[in-house]
Design a protein around this ligand. Structure first.
Ligand code: S3P
Length: 191
């Protein structure tokens, strides 16, 4: 297979026998990329935010409001604990998953981690009309996004096996890049 037939060769053994965690700041495209990857790789997908909302029977905004952020963060950690290294899933994580060292350890133990990045301006354009992100409610501006991104940057970088910038790229370009980088790193013995 090559790029001319519109497909990309996948190192099945490695990629298909690992969970693939998709991390990154709010609005970076984790859910969309995870949906696409789960289709082209024929893998089950978990969206941690959605999973928690269904389990708790309320939105994340309601959860923050009624029980506080810590309650939500405990839910996130509990979902990671329910997985194991053989779960073999594409896992779309909430933007704050890296805030707990315990979560980082669980992800590293249970799979490979892809970090999606974008500029603060791109993020702002993607999230500005959403009211479903309690962290950004009342803080919906590029300055706040940029400063929170900087605060979290080190944690994202230390967690990631693969880093993909998503600015001005479509979903297929991003997904192909993930698979290509995964194969390259794997062939170099870096994963
Ligand atoms: C959060 C990101 C959200 C969600 C929650 C907190 C964060 O997920 O988990 O509102 O702290 O960055 P998305 O990154 O999918 O928006």
């Amino acid at each position: 297979m090559n790029s001319t037939d519109n497909s990309i060769e996948i190192n099945e053994e490695k990629l298909l026998n690992n969970n693939l965690f998709i991390i990154g700041f709010m609005g970076v495209g984790k859910t969309t990329v995870s949906d696409y990857l789960s289709i082209i790789l024929n893998r089950h997908k978990i969206d941690i935010d959605k999973y928690i909302e269904e389990k708790e029977n309320m939105t994340i905004s309601q959860m923050f409001e009624e029980y506080g952020e810590d309650y939500f963060r405990n839910c996130e950690t509990n979902v990671l604990k329910e997985l194991n290294e053989k779960s073999n899933k594409i896992i779309s994580c909430g933007g704050g998953i890296v805030l707990r060292g315990e979560n980082i350890d669980l992800m590293k133990k249970q799979g490979k981690i892809v970090l999606l990045t974008a500029s603060a301006q791109t993020i702002y354009e993607r999230v500005k009309s959403s009211t479903e992100r309690p962290i950004l409610n009342n803080n919906m501006n590029v300055e706040f996004i940029s400063s929170l991104m900087k605060k979290r940057e080190e944690k994202y970088l230390e967690t990631a096996d693969i880093i993909i910038n998503t600015d001005n790229k479509d979903i297929k370009e991003i997904s192909d890049e993930i698979i290509k980088k995964f194969n390259e790193k794997n062939n170099n013995g870096e994963l």
